[in-house]
Unconditional design. Structure first.
Length: 245
């Protein structure tokens, strides 16, 4: 009887040891698989030689190519892998810095973009929007005649660009005032429409094909219409105050 109990005890012990071994082997295999998968996904993209870097410290990469509506044009953002970049001090700039922790306005999507390339998928012609990387582009948005249909006819492209240290802290960041600019769908005709504003509340193409804008500047609220053919301001006025004459 005691012999039977002993063999049962040995059999149970062997079963436990076998079970533990299987669990350990499964865990090791799972860790190896997960490590392999994440290592494959976390491969650093190669640094691209797309901009001058005198100190050989800057690394650049291209963002995702985006098509401008039903056209042959694509735009690709030139992104910096550094969050701080020395700018040209002769132009009165300190450092180009992005503030990812700051509050975001409506329609504001912070990026690492310092420039934008336009490519024609039909002719293969490519061109840069700016000649330098001394500015910070915080938003790029194609303007469509139908606001809710990105495949409708594109009327132009809008940009929010920070290029001046307006608060004199030696940095270009989201704390500085922006410049709102427009261009044709191929990046040509770049024109600054509004500078030094505090916040743009809305911009959209109206039925006449003009750009309607609503923005705040020095605690005052303004509305404005812009001709998307000439990029000239058609009308700008301050919104009336409650009880005002």
């Amino acid at each position: 009887m005691n012999s039977d109990k002993f063999f049962k005890w040995v059999w149970n012990l062997n079963g436990i040891i076998l079970l533990v071994g299987v669990l350990i082997a499964t865990a090791l295999i799972s860790v190896q698989l997960v490590t392999t998968v994440f290592n494959d996904n976390d491969v650093e993209p190669p640094a691209l030689n797309l901009a001058d870097d005198k100190n050989e410290e800057e690394k650049w990469r291209l963002g995702y190519p985006r098509r401008v509506g039903e056209t042959d044009f694509y735009y690709i953002e030139l992104e910096s892998e550094k969050l701080t970049v020395e700018a040209d001090t002769e132009r009165g700039l300190g450092q180009v810095v992005e503030n990812f922790s700051g509050s975001s306005y409506y329609k504001h999507r912070p990026t690492r973009s310092k420039n934008v390339m336009f490519i024609n998928g039909k002719t293969n012609y490519a061109n840069w929007l700016f000649d330098t990387t001394d500015q910070l582009i915080t938003d790029i948005s194609p303007l469509y005649l139908s606001e809710f249909d990105s495949q409708s006819k594109a009327a132009g492209i809008a940009y929010h660009v920070i290029k001046n240290d307006t608060n004199n802290d030696g940095l270009l960041s989201n704390e500085d005032k922006s410049t709102f600019a427009l261009s044709k769908i191929d990046g040509s005709g770049y024109s600054e429409v509004l500078t030094g504003y505090d916040r743009i509340l809305e911009h959209a193409v109206n039925e006449q094909g003009n750009l309607f804008m609503l923005f705040i500047d020095n605690a005052e609220v303004f509305s404005m219409l812009v001709d998307l053919t000439t990029f000239k301001v058609i009308d700008k006025r301050q919104l009336p105050k409650v009880g005002g004459l």
